[in-house]
Design a protein around this ligand. Structure first.
Ligand code: AMP
Length: 193
């Protein structure tokens, strides 16, 4: 089973790239953020609780997201593989994921999309105008970037020797080319938009 983990700060373009890569490979795209936003929109008690945490730019509990990921990877569309976008975000999640992938017999490719923080802030500001994402408000963005530095960036150490890095600067197409080259050694899915 093919498993790909995309790491990188908020605003690095993980979601965009994961979606394209999933379409090119015919595998599932798992975005824990998108699943949580969907639950929030549905107004379930869990979703509303998650919404409050997301609005503040904090991380929801490891138990909740692990439950989401475990359930999601068991779905039919994940049989051929999946791309994780937004998970793991801290060491405890990475360790839980190591176990899960071991059980699935998957040896993940891990790619970090690197973007300087000044660029991230301006990208997120633009995204907010575009999508109106509540957690793209200034205070929440600062909190998300700080949490990324404190909790998620150390994952590069967890995956040391296994993670490769690409620059997330430039156009979406340029980043997608780099991503494919890093994972496969050459572009795949020519013609996929
Ligand atoms: P994202 O769309 O990946 O930027 O995620 C948006 C928000 O959802 C994050 O700021 C967190 O509040 C929450 N979230 C998404 N993935 C996770 C995760 N793996 N662990 C904890 N919280 C998460």
């Amino acid at each position: 089973m093919r498993a790909i983990i995309l790491l990188g700060p908020p605003g690095a373009g993980k979601g965009t790239q994961a979606e394209r890569l999933a379409a090119a490979l015919g595998v599932a795209h798992i975005s824990t953020g998108a699943i949580l936003r969907q639950a929030a929109a549905e107004g379930t008690p869990l979703g509303l609780e998650a919404r409050r945490i997301m609005q503040a730019g904090d991380l929801v509990s490891d138990e909740l997201v692990l439950g989401i990921v475990e359930e999601r990877v068991g779905a039919d569309d994940c049989r051929g593989g999946f791309i994780l976008d937004g998970y793991p975000r801290n060491r405890a999640q990475a360790e839980a994921l190591d176990d899960l992938l071991r059980r699935l017999g998957a040896d993940p490719a891990v790619v970090n999309i690197a973007v300087p923080s000044a660029e991230l802030e301006s990208r997120i500001r633009l995204r907010r105008l575009d999508t109106g994402r509540e957690d793209d408000a200034e205070a929440a963005v600062r909190r998300r970037l700080a949490i990324h530095e404190a909790e998620s960036r150390p994952l590069l150490d967890h995956y040391r020797g296994r993670v490769s890095e690409i620059s997330g600067l430039g156009s979406r197409d340029e980043v997608f080319e780099r991503l494919q080259e890093r994972i496969f050694g050459e572009p795949v899915g020519a013609g996929v938009p």
